[in-house]
Design a protein around this ligand. Structure first.
Ligand SMILES: *Cc1c(COP(=O)(O)O)cnc(C)c1O
Ligand code: SF4
Length: 346
């Protein structure tokens, strides 16, 4: 008699896809017809923050192009090991905003729960690459203190599930978490910060959509797309599902040298997102995280790009260029349209 093990029965398509992600830089380069010499000297940085990229995302990369904007976001490079003055492990001083294991409360009215440290993709520029996840990884035991804090503070109207990527948690874990949250009367909005519908669209399956549809709050999904090539038919289908389940869809991007520091790329991104029912929200200037200096774009260039977008697109398709300044009450807007008008002559 052959019986499926419980584990095998519970594995869904997205979990198999996640498990099959590419983690060997040389295999990735081989698939793209690129020489292994591109990752020469990068073994120490790979060991510290390993490559991880789902195969479906790799299929959206251009073969034979070492400068491909999707490849650049995930390929470990020797240059990351270079120490650059001013680039540190925790530039946002998030440790200061920690209210409980996994709970960051920086801004009035909303708190952020690091629901898990896991992600389907490892983005080389990530500001959380240096985060002490071992302590933050979520399960109900770990969340308990965070949930107590949220329920004790009636000023928190919105809880943001973040990470890592909160959708790395299985449907059951998500349901457990929102089941606990459902008892908190002052919560009005649940926000989910996720890159999974983009890098692993299989994650948006019937189980996830059923969960989302039945949540008792307004739901906002803030995606993370940096380049229009990240969007293909499978992603459009996933986004349509999320919208249909009642979520408001927004996108945040990080402004990255060699990926999207170009007005025509950003304009194409806004247009393609809009086609999928997603409005641009933030364009983040990269944080000064150790190992990411090669992605940096000067603030002046960021302002120029936003002004170019404002000339080209309706206002609702122009993201707000922001930077996170530790200790402030909100993200700091650097540009949100054309620059200030020259002073009127009276
Ligand atoms: C960015 C961030 C938020 C959300 O800020 P919004 O401006 O509402 O998008 C909330 N909490 C923390 C800790 C953040 O870093
Ligand atoms: S998916 Fe988000 S949290 Fe995860 S590595 Fe990428 S940027 Fe960082």
């Amino acid at each position: 008699m052959i019986t499926a093990t419980p584990k095998a029965r519970q594995t869904s398509a997205w979990q198999r896809e996640l498990a099959a992600a590419i983690t060997d830089p040389r295999e990735l380069l081989e698939q793209l017809g690129l020489p292994a010499s591109l990752v020469e000297g990068a073994d120490p940085v790979s060991a510290a923050f390993p490559l991880r990229v789902p195969r479906g995302f790799v299929r959206r990369m251009r073969r034979g192009d070492p400068a491909d904007p999707l490849l650049r976001q995930v390929l470990p490079l020797a240059v990351e090991a270079r120490a650059v003055p001013g680039y540190v492990a925790d530039p946002l001083r998030e440790a200061d905003a920690r209210r409980a294991p996994g709970l960051l409360h920086k801004y009035r009215g909303r708190a952020l729960l690091v629901a898990t440290g896991a992600c389907a993709v490892h983005c080389r520029y990530c500001f959380r690459r240096e985060f002490p996840y071992a302590e933050q990884v979520g399960h109900l035991g770990r969340w308990r203190e965070a949930l107590l804090q949220v329920s004790a503070d009636a000023s928190i109207r919105e809880l943001i599930l973040s990470g890592g990527d909160p959708l790395s948690l299985g449907d059951e874990r998500l349901a457990q978490l929102t089941g606990e949250l459902a008892g908190i009367p002052h919560l009005e909005t649940l926000r989910i910060h996720t890159r999974q519908p983009v890098v692993l669209p299989e994650r948006v399956d019937a189980g996830l959509l059923g969960w989302l549809r039945h949540l008792p709050w307004r739901t906002v999904v803030v995606l993370h797309v940096n380049h229009p090539n990240e969007l293909d038919g499978s992603v459009y289908d996933a986004l349509a599902g999320l919208r249909d389940a009642g979520a408001t869809l927004l996108n945040q991007s990080v402004l990255l040298a060699g990926v999207n520091d170009d007005a025509s790329v950003l304009a194409a991104l806004s247009r393609r997102l809009h086609r999928a029912g997603v409005l641009p929200y933030y364009l983040h200037l990269p944080d000064a995280v150790a190992g990411t200096a090669h992605f940096d774009v000067p603030e002046s260039r960021g302002r120029e790009l936003i002004a170019d977008l404002a000339r080209e697109l309706p206002g609702y398709l122009v993201p707000r260029l922001v930077r996170e300044v530790p200790g402030r009450d909100a993200k700091t807007t650097i540009a949100a349209g054309l620059g200030a008008a020259p002073e009127a002559i009276v």
